[in-house]
Design a protein around this ligand. Sequence first.
Ligand code: FCB
Length: 452
Amino acid sequence: MPASSPELPRFPADFVWGASTAAYQIEGAADEDGKGPSIWDTFTHRAGTVRDGHTGDVACDHYHRFDEDVALMRRLGLDAYRFSVSWPRILPSGAGKVEPRGLDFYERLVDALLDAGIEPTPTLFHWDLPQALEDEGGWLNRETAYRFGEYAAVVADRLGDRVTRWITLNEPFVHMSFGYGFGVHAPGRALLLDALPVAHHQLLGHGLATAALRAAVPDAQVLVANNCTPVRLRQDARGEADTAAADAYDILHNRLFNDPLLHGRYPDLSAYGMPDPAWGGVVRDGDLTSIGAPLDGLGINYYNPSWITAPRDPAAGLPFDLAEPAEPYLRTSFDWPVVPDGLTELLTGLKARYGADLPPVWITENGCSQPEGSHDPARIDYLAGHLGAVADAMAQGVDVRGYFTWSLLDNFEWAEGYHQRFGLVEVDFATGARTPRASFDWYRDLIAAQRP
Ligand code: FCB
């Protein structure tokens, strides 16, 4: 461990050590074996969407090299691997005809993981919606939620005898805001607050998928992976209007997703011009019962806190402004501030807010982008600091069951293309060659040292 890393306490013997990836970011093979196009295939091929015109057509070529990647995971000593299933590989048109070759691929991956003693932890939706469903309105259309439930049943039917831990959605907040609110991610729609139904329809899809998973897999453990952020005020911005703005941001980013899942109701959306609890007919009878069905775990993806001030231009349409922190935090290559204690604040805050309704928590993503090369001491410090923050939250009574770092491999980082490198393993995107970084060895040694 580098000198600057804090000493890590012992985690419980059954704590799960993992790593995460997502289908579009690593698989490549964009139109192989009958796969249909996803919104990310469409978006990345549109000029001006992704930095330098990068696409996920080939990415890490994991589709053809998954054996090599599972061997890397085995070397790491992972307990579990979080990957995502590409919906358009399974249902090329989003619904109807199933493509068995897509299911075969995930079956081969799951079997390779199980052979390596690694628990497969699939996410059913990590943003790559079948384009055919986007053509019908995507997540703005309530029907997409039903299609998601049907797709979950198809995957569970094939893999449910071998997979027990399932994650339905990845970061419904980010998909709504970046994909439909601001248009910087696929499907590239800039609807601002008119994107709100995307939140409800994803959550309804989660509810329907949860029911489908539980029907097909009697011992299923169902989680959702929410991107959560502790909301902070700048020291120089602590007036009443700033506090109101921070509350409004907390509602949009965190509570809009956590409240219905954990408390079975939406927070007050008056700050967003939506005083009607039924959102003008979007939220229908029975929806919240389905969404609020008890979860087996809450997945948390944490990267950094958010600093909020009152809007400088209230006419711009949002009740807050995102600000930069006043403190000189270390920064990742993405320029994201490195704030490990934000994770402790987030976890203890969830426990304070949801109490007995908070299920066991899993850190389903946490990691950082660092410069190219295999020498990455800043990543080691980042991981050590954040694991220390998890341990602090556990010492304060938060039940955290596992930690999945983002990411196993350098990969296609959405609007940033291949410019942001999050991997424990460096990938040469010209040749596909994988080179474990210093952080890989550090994580391997950490996991080994934590073994009972
Ligand atoms: C999260 C995404 C994940 C990855 C990390 C850096 O928002 O879920 O796919 O891009 O950010």
